[in-house]
Design a protein around this ligand. Sequence first.
Ligand SMILES: C[S@@+](CC[C@H](N)C(=O)[O-])C[C@H]1O[C@@H](n2cnc3c(N)ncnc32)[C@H](O)[C@@H]1O
Length: 282
Amino acid sequence: MSTLGDLGSTDGERETLEIDLLLEGVFRHYGFDFRQYSRASITRRLRRRVALEGLQSISGLQERLLYDPACMERLLLDLSINVTAMFRDPSFYRTLRLKIVPLLRTYPFVRVWNAGCSTGEETYSLAIMLREEGLYERSRIYATDINEAVVQQAKEGLFPLEKMKEYTENYLAAGGTQEFSQYYIAAYESARFDRTLQENIVFAQHNLASDRSFNEFHLIMCRNVMIYFDHSLQEHVHRLFYDSLPRLGLLALGHKESIAFSPHESCYEVLDAQEKLYRKVA
Ligand SMILES: C[S@@+](CC[C@H](N)C(=O)[O-])C[C@H]1O[C@@H](n2cnc3c(N)ncnc32)[C@H](O)[C@@H]1O
C-alpha cells in the first residue's frame, strides 16, 4: 500500500490529504461531519489545534483525536465558532418586529426553529421579543446546535454580567420596549435570565449536516452558521429548511447569509433584502 510519502506530494498536497483523512476519521468515529466546511477556515483552526496540543502534524492530531474524546471536545469548540451576542445586529430584530411578527400573529400557535443557537443569547433575545409582542405564550422555540456543550450552557440561561451594558444598548437599538434589566437578576459574575423565558424553549443537539428535520415551523431563524459551510453543504441545509417549512413559512437568515444562487431561490419571496427575510411561496 502506498503512503503519503511514496506519493511524492508537496507539503501543501500532503496537508490537504491529511486534513481529508482527519475529517473522514472524525466523521466515522464521532459522527461530526466537517467534510464540507469551508476549507480555508478549517485548515487555520486545525493548524492552531495542532500547535495547542503540542503536536507536529495534522496526522498526529488525527491519532490523538481518535483515542481521546476530550481532545475531540476541544476541537469541536475550535471548529464550531460559537461567537454570539444578545440582540446581535439590532437592525435584524427591528425588522423582524416590523415584518415577521405581524405574519406570525395570524397563527393560533407559533413554532420557531432557531438553528445554530450557540450558547442561547439569540434564543433568549427572540423569546424576549416575542413576549413583548404578546406572542411568546403561544409560541414554542426549538433551539438547536451541533455542539452539546453550548446547548447545555444555553439551558442554564446564565450570561456574563459584564456583557449587560452592551446587550442593553443592543436591546434598545433593536426596538425593545421595556427596561432590559427586568429580564435578569445579578448572580455573582452572571446575569440569570428570567426562568419563565425558558418555559416555551426546547434546547437540543442537532447537526444541520447530517440530521433530519424534526418538525414543521412557521419561522426558521439561522444566522451566522452557513457562512462556515461550502456551497454544497449550504444547499443541503437550504433543502432541509425548505422541507421544514409549510407554504408561506418564514426564513430569517440575517445579513451575512443569503438564499441567492441556491436552487431554492425561486421558491421564496423576499420580505427584506437587507436582513435576508424570506417567505416560502412554492
Ligand atoms: C457563530 S455561531 C452563531 C450563533 C448565533 N446564530 C448568532 O448568530 O449569534 C455559529 C453556531 O453554529 C453552530 N454550528 C456549526 N455547524 C453546525 C452544524 N452542522 N449544525 C448545527 N449547528 C452548527 C456552531 O456550533 C455555533 O454555535
